[in-house]
Design a binder for this molecule. Sequence first.
Ligand code: URA
Ligand code: SF4
Length: 254
Amino acid sequence: MTRAERQAALEVIAGEVRVCTRCRLHATRTQSVPGEGDPSTEVVFIGEGPGFNEDRQGQPFVGRAGDLLVRLLGSIGWRREDVFITNVVKCRPPDNRDPEPDEIAACEPYLRRQLEVLDPAVIVTLGRHSMGRFMPGARISQAHGTMRPTDPATGAQNALVFAMYHPAAALRTPAIERDSYDDIAQVPTALIASRERRAARERTAVAVGAGVATAVAVAPEPPAEPESIQQPEPEAEPSPAAAQLVPSDQLTLF
Ligand code: URA
Ligand code: SF4
């Protein structure tokens, strides 16, 4: 898909979200918050749901948690415009309560379709509710700072999901804020790992398509990966350019 096609497809989804009445959260919202960012990005950040400021402005992460998210992104040289930012539920739960399971389920098709369009290499989950969609059964105290392959049923066909604490939790607890800076420092490495995985898949598909593996009708699954991969130490500090999240000359593909 071209950038313009992605942009148009995301705008169709956003238009549906703005008028959606699929769950009770529509009744108390000011505006729904579809999400925003670079339609060609490789990285999608997913929070829980809009808060007070997001509900007023119609944009994700524009309050204090958003300010911290921008500082976290800045610590790795990224800007919010370089990524796509959205939430598990697109309308504000009243009094900032947790979203209910039926609300998350009602809203799920929008997030899934956004991920199908964006086809990200990396999904960063912010907080428990977002992590729960991509790492079922994981505990945030153990899963933060780790990654694993996504289930294609989430809409992200070929991505790694990386878990972080919610920035609002980091605002409340200095130790969680420190962990969040440590965790986000590993996201560029996750992006490089995911690019390598995606390139390997592509090569397999091309080889099969060219009849190199004639006995195989469909592209085989890539080699099994452990349930959860602890990040390796990067060999050198990644220094991503803003426009290109990690320069591709840092790739070691062959
Ligand atoms: N918290 C979230 O989870 N999402 C937002 O958009 C803002 C705050
Ligand atoms: Fe629709 Fe999602 Fe808003 Fe519920 S939270 S009304 S499903 S957009």
